[in-house]
Design a binder for this molecule. Structure first.
Ligand SMILES: NC(=O)C1=CN([C@@H]2O[C@H](COP(=O)(O)OP(=O)(O)OC[C@H]3O[C@@H](n4cnc5c(N)ncnc54)[C@H](O)[C@@H]3O)[C@@H](O)[C@H]2O)C=CC1
Ligand SMILES: O=C(O)C1=N[C@H](C(=O)O)C[C@H](O)C1
Length: 271
């Protein structure tokens, strides 16, 4: 039997990193060849199984991605924007697929992924769950069917550790609604209302971010019209959901031509 494809996980000690490591260990379709953490982290050089408080699993924690990436067909990266851009160069060099879950990237940072995408497949999505990607398509349908008499608001809730707002998912949903209305999100985006804001501008897409406790991730798309409201809702209760999508994306992307993809491509949901 041929060897299972090698996977590297970046952001090993993080909430998603640890979930991803457990998911790869449980998979019979891939094998963990190493994990990455930031320079200076106290896990560097240790076996990651032991670092996570369990038995050794034969995969080391590296701060230099070159060594583990030389044995990998894909790297799954839920870290931070600057780390993701740096890793894109190594993934391109290794011709390994780069699965990016990191959110909070600016348009300029996203543009910096383009050179790497000429050499390897990049799958990037603010949310890797099946449910949210279905919600994206539903949002497009409802937004296309309703006119601007319906105000669109995206409301998201996350745990108190989250550092970016609006969430990557909220922006995906906002983009979907804007696309269906034939407008550019940056022209109609209304985030962070506070003080005397004036009345709501017709056609705007509003964003509200709630942060508290251990909420895994909840998203509502509200269409508020005259005399009626429609709410499309997704509630994630377990991060394993995102890891499952990321592993699926890694297996899918390994044999794809260089280029940029999203979860709608992976899940076959592109309309
Ligand atoms: N697309 C999706 O489905 C999902 C995306 N996310 C996103 O994933 C990211 C991480 O989320 P969490 O795990 O909750 O955060 P976290 O803060 O728990 O973990 C991030 C990890 O990345 C590590 N890191 C930072 N710089 C690094 C570098 N240069 N090399 C290697 N590791 C580095 C940190 O030390 C930390 O361990 C966030 O942007 C979050 O929004 C989270 C869940 C689902
Ligand atoms: O930071 C998180 O936790 C999450 N981030 C993603 C986002 O920004 O939408 C996905 C999920 O909601 C959890």
């Amino acid at each position: 039997m041929s060897e299972l494809p090698g996977i590297v996980i970046a952001g090993a000690s993080g909430r998603m990193g640890q979930m991803l490591i457990r998911s790869v260990q449980d998979s019979d379709k891939m094998r963990l060849v190493g994990v990455l953490e930031r320079e200076g982290h106290d896990w560097i050089g240790r076996d990651v199984g032991e670092a996570m408080g369990g038995q050794p699993i034969g995969a080391l924690v590296w701060d230099d991605p070159l060594e583990p990436m030389s044995q990998a067909r894909a790297v799954i990266d839920f870290t931070a924007p600057e780390a993701t851009i740096a890793l894109s160069h190594t993934a391109a060099q290794a011709r390994a697929a780069h699965i990016i879950g990191t959110t909070g990237m600016t348009d300029e940072q996203i543009a910096q992924l383009e050179p790497a995408s000429r050499h390897c497949a990049i799958v990037r999505a603010g949310n890797m769950s099946l449910g949210v990607n279905l919600l994206v398509q539903l949002t497009k349908q409802v937004a296309a069917a309703l006119d601007e008499d319906f105000d669109i608001e995206v409301i998201e809730s996350h745990h108190h550790h989250k550092v970016d707002a609006p969430s990557g998912t909220a922006l995906m949903l906002g983009e979907a609604a804007a696309e269906a209305r034939g407008v550019t999100l940056s022209d109609v985006r209304d985030a962070g209302r506070d003080g005397i804001t004036g009345a709501r501008r017709k056609g705007d897409i509003g964003f509200t971010a709630i942060r508290g406790g251990d909420i895994v991730g909840e998203h509502d798309v509200l269409f508020a019209g005259p005399g009626e409201r429609i709410v499309l809702r997704h509630m994630a209760t377990d991060r394993a959901l995102f890891a499952k999508g990321a592993l699926k994306a890694a297996l899918w992307a390994m044999d794809k031509s260089p280029g940029q993809y999203d979860m709608l491509d992976v899940l076959g949901l592109k309309s």
